[in-house]
Structure formats: structure tokens, C-alpha cells
Design a binder for this molecule. Structure first.
Ligand code: ATP
Length: 230
């Protein structure tokens, strides 16, 4: 496995990880996903991108500004993680393909970009706007998630035929492959299984139960201070 220093060696900056989500609220499943992807895939950094108007679901339980503020609190003190407010600031729906196009303009065509997805998001990919173009703009890294279908080598049995076809010839288990081209590979990786979801946290809070230790204390303090999700 490459070290962080090696990941960026030779050919400019190393791959940049991208983790989009509603983050309603951000929790330890998101943060371990970002941190473990960074280590396992030799990413230079991971950029967390809260959605402004998520296209695939109803209105979030908190505002885009609150979700952005909670994301900032969650990554504070970790130099490997950063926050991108582009989707929150945009007036339009938060389509990932548009974000990747914006990042390509910002970072150029050669920087390897790695879109990080949990297994649930990956399996839903064919419902995303202009989804086949995502493979041209970034690599895709997929983590296991408890409650969702088998992972990695057992995929062919569970992927929809269209997703299976789109992934054909792109699959790799070698993270080093992500540095050889700017986009186009699909790499499964294993993370510590964490059965945490934002909906679970919202349900706990709505029922006046404790959500402590499922998300950072700083985020929980923000939720309490602003009386969110009650
Ligand atoms: P909700 O419960 O409201 O649907 P969520 O917890 O799934 O939210 P999202 O913001 O929708 O969170 O997820 C953003 C990304 O993080 C997605 O790619 C999702 O698959 C991934 N993700 C979220 N929680 C986990 C987890 N516990 N393990 C692995 N991946 C996760």
C-alpha cells in the first residue's frame, strides 16, 4: 500500500477523494468512510461535499447551512479532510456530474479524482443524472455498508445488468491503478462495518433518545444548540 508521501510522488499531487452526501447529520459512518478510503486508497486528501438540494430524496431535516456547519465541525483537526461548499452555494439541484465538471475546471483534467460511495449509493447509481458520464470524470471507490448486498468479488450477482455493464473492464483491486489515469476505474474496498445512518440518528433524536457516540460530540452540541431534528 502506498504511503501518503508516495501517493503524490512523481506525477504531481496524489488522487483527491470526494465524498458527497446529504450529511443530515454527518456521523461516524461518513467520517470513517472518508478516513479509511484515504488510507486504503492512498488519497492525498478527501473533500466532503454536502448536498444543497439533494435530488434523490425529500427535503432534509436541517438546512443546507446547518449541514455545512456540522460538516466543518466534524472535520476540524483532521488535515486529511476538507469541506467543499460548492453544492450548498449553488442554486440548482446537487447533481454529482455537475460537481465533477466543476472540479475538473478547478483542478484540470489530469488530477486523479476518486468518488467515494457506500454500497447503497453505488447500487443506486443508474438513477443518477447523466450517471454513465461519472466514469469519465472520476474513479469510483465503493465501500461495504452493513445491510446492503455483498461486496467486491461477489458483486456480479447483485449489480443491476446496466451497472454491471458500465463497470466491465473498469474493475480493479489495486489502489495504485488510481494514480495511473485521472478517471475510469472502479475499486471496491473494505471499511470497518458501521451500521450507522443519518436516519437512525434523526429517529433517535426525534424520540428524545441519546445519539451520543454515533457522531462527533461537536456535531451533537450543534444539534442541541440549534434544536435540530426534535
Ligand atoms: P440517510 O440515513 O438520511 O439516508 P446516510 O446515513 O445514508 O443518510 P448520506 O449522507 O445519504 O448518509 O450518505 C452519504 C454517503 O455516505 C453515501 O455514499 C453512503 O453510502 C455513505 N455512507 C453513509 N453512512 C455509511 C456507513 N455507515 N457505512 C458506509 N457508507 C456510508
Amino acid at each position: 500500500m502506498p504511503t501518503e508521501r508516495q501517493a503524490g510522488a512523481g506525477s504531481g499531487p496524489g488522487p483527491l477523494g470526494l465524498l458527497g452526501g446529504t450529511f443530515d447529520p454527518i456521523h461516524l459512518g461518513h467520517l470513517r468512510l472518508a478516513e479509511e478510503a484515504r488510507e486504503a486508497l492512498g488519497l492525498e486528501r478527501v473533500r466532503l461535499i454536502p448536498a444543497g438540494l439533494p435530488p434523490h430524496r425529500g427535503l432534509p431535516g436541517s438546512t443546507a447551512d446547518d449541514r455545512l456547519a456540522m460538516t466543518h465541525l466534524a472535520v476540524a483537526g483532521n488535515p486529511g479532510l476538507e469541506v467543499d461548499d460548492g453544492e450548498v452555494r449553488a442554486a440548482q439541484k446537487s447533481y454529482t456530474v455537475l460537481t465533477l465538471e466543476r472540479l475538473r475546471t478547478e483542478l484540470g483534467g489530469q488530477r486523479p479524482l476518486v468518488l467515494i460511495l457506500g454500497a447503497d449509493a453505488f447500487q443506486g447509481l443508474p438513477s443518477w443524472h447523466r450517471w454513465t458520464e461519472l466514469f469519465e470524470l472520476a474513479h469510483i471507490a465503493v465501500a461495504n455498508r452493513p445491510g446492503y448486498a455483498p461486496h467486491g468479488r461477489r458483486w456480479p450477482a447483485v449489480l443491476s445488468p446496466e451497472l454491471d455493464a458500465a463497470c466491465r473492464g473498469r474493475m480493479t483491486n489495486d489502489p495504485a491503478a488510481l494514480r495511473h489515469q485521472p478517471a475510469g476505474r472502479v475499486v471496491p474496498f473494505d471499511m470497518t462495518p458501521l451500521a450507522i445512518s443519518a436516519s437512525l440518528i434523526r429517529d433517535l433524536l426525534r424520540g428524545s433518545h441519546s445519539a451520543r457516540y454515533l457522531l462527533p460530540d461537536t456535531v451533537l452540541d450543534y444539534i442541541d444548540l440549534h434544536d435540530l431534528y426534535r
